[in-house]
Design a protein around this ligand. Structure first.
Ligand code: SAH
Length: 345
């Protein structure tokens, strides 16, 4: 089966030509796909074409298996079933500048970060570009409003599925498709340096977001196995290179875990690393009190420790914010819903 959502506008055009269809069919099919319609619902196509498409293709749109709406802030979490039954999650958040969807790039993850629910069952498989795109389209259909931004920060490590993720960025930003500009797209990585270096050369002006979580190698290696492959220094050099090539500001995520990476000395190490590698780079540090992980006894620090950590960074002139917690009543952090659905079956 071919997957329609995996095709660019040009590829869809070639396919329509193969089927002996006039050129305007490409736009018709693309418009239906962007609205989240199934092949049978594409009512302005001749019945014979719909039948042919149904025989040869699937759309790649995921099916909503569960929908949770936060009573606190309106954040919506969607659990999606892909065509082979694999489950992934998306979260739709209301930001000041509009609706943003957080999408998954893999079913499961093999990075092994100690604090993360997505990695518990390992990696099941990569998502295709169209399966990532399908999450944006169905989320938009579900909320009945335009989605203006995408963060690839759901389940999976985007650079462990590099080609499909880059293809997805090209599809979702295409003017004939959803037309979400690269400036409104962020890719978050746990620190795969090869991916950062490659992305810098794609000429896609997306925002790079890096899950740092510690600037001390021994601490970071304990939390994130990837650090044993690429150290903090190698990671930050690659970030520096990303900025030098793209001119795009870099965003660093730092989850705060009580007693693990929240001390004044941790903040000082982070400030020193920023000073050394990000000097003159418009970088931003996002502090995120971690979601508790029962299995490991990880808890977020208290308010005072968080403020203290932030103050150390601010004194060094670092641009820092404490991330607003959205959707905390609906398990909105990556992998939590998929993990509970998996253990329930
Ligand atoms: N693999 C990519 C993107 C997916 S994870 C990455 O690592 O960046 C998305 C973000 O959620 C990352 O910053 C990750 O570190 C964070 N995260 C994972 N588990 C968390 C938890 N228990 N509490 C808070 N943030 C968590």
């Amino acid at each position: 089966m071919r997957r329609l959502l995996d095709m660019s506008f040009a590829e869809l055009g070639e396919y329509m030509a193969e089927l002996g269809q006039p050129r305007y069919r490409t736009g018709q099919v693309m418009r239906w796909l962007c609205r989240g319609a199934d092949i049978s619902e594409m009512t302005d196509l001749p019945l014979s074409l719909r039948q042919r498409l149904s025989e040869e293709c699937e759309t790649g749109l995921p099916v909503v298996a569960e929908k949770l709406v936060s009573q606190r802030d309106g954040t919506i979490k969607l659990l999606f079933a892909l065509s082979d039954g694999q489950l992934v999650e998306s979260v739709v958040m209301d930001y000041e500048h509009g609706k943003t969807v957080c999408v998954s790039s893999q079913a499961g993850c093999r990075m092994g970060c100690r604090f993360c629910a997505s990695t518990l069952g390992g990696l099941a498989r990569n998502l295709s570009a169209g399966e990532i795109l399908g999450q944006v389209i169905v989320a938009q259909r579900e909320i009945g409003a335009r989605i203006g931004g995408v963060v690839i920060m759901g389940i999976g490590e985007p650079f462990d599925n590099y080609d499909n993720v880059v293809k997805f960025v090209r599809l979702v930003s295409a003017p004939e498709g959803l037309n979400i500009g690269c400036r409104h797209i962020s890719i978050s990585t746990c620190g795969m340096v090869d991916g950062i270096r490659k992305l810098a050369r794609e000429e896609l002006p997306v925002t790079l977001s890096v899950s740092l979580h510690s600037a001390i190698n021994s601490v970071r290696s304990e939390l994130m196995p990837i650090n044993k492959k690429w150290s903090v220094e190698e990671l930050l050099s690659a970030c520096r290179e990303y900025f030098d090539i793209t001119g795009r500001r870099i965003s660093f995520e730092y989850i705060l875990i009580a007693g693990v990476n929240d001390k004044v000395s941790d903040a000082a190490a982070l400030a020193a690393a920023m000073d050394e590698y990000m000097n003159g780079v418009p970088a931003h540090v996002n502090l995120i009190p971690c979601n508790p992980v029962k299995e490991r006894g990880f808890k977020p620090p208290g308010r005072d420790e968080i403020i203290r950590f932030k103050a150390v960074l601010e004194r060094k002139g670092i641009n820092v914010t404490i991330r607003r917690k959205l959707g905390s009543d609906i398990n909105a952090s990556c992998g939590q819903l998929r993990a509970s659905a998996r253990s329930a079956t």
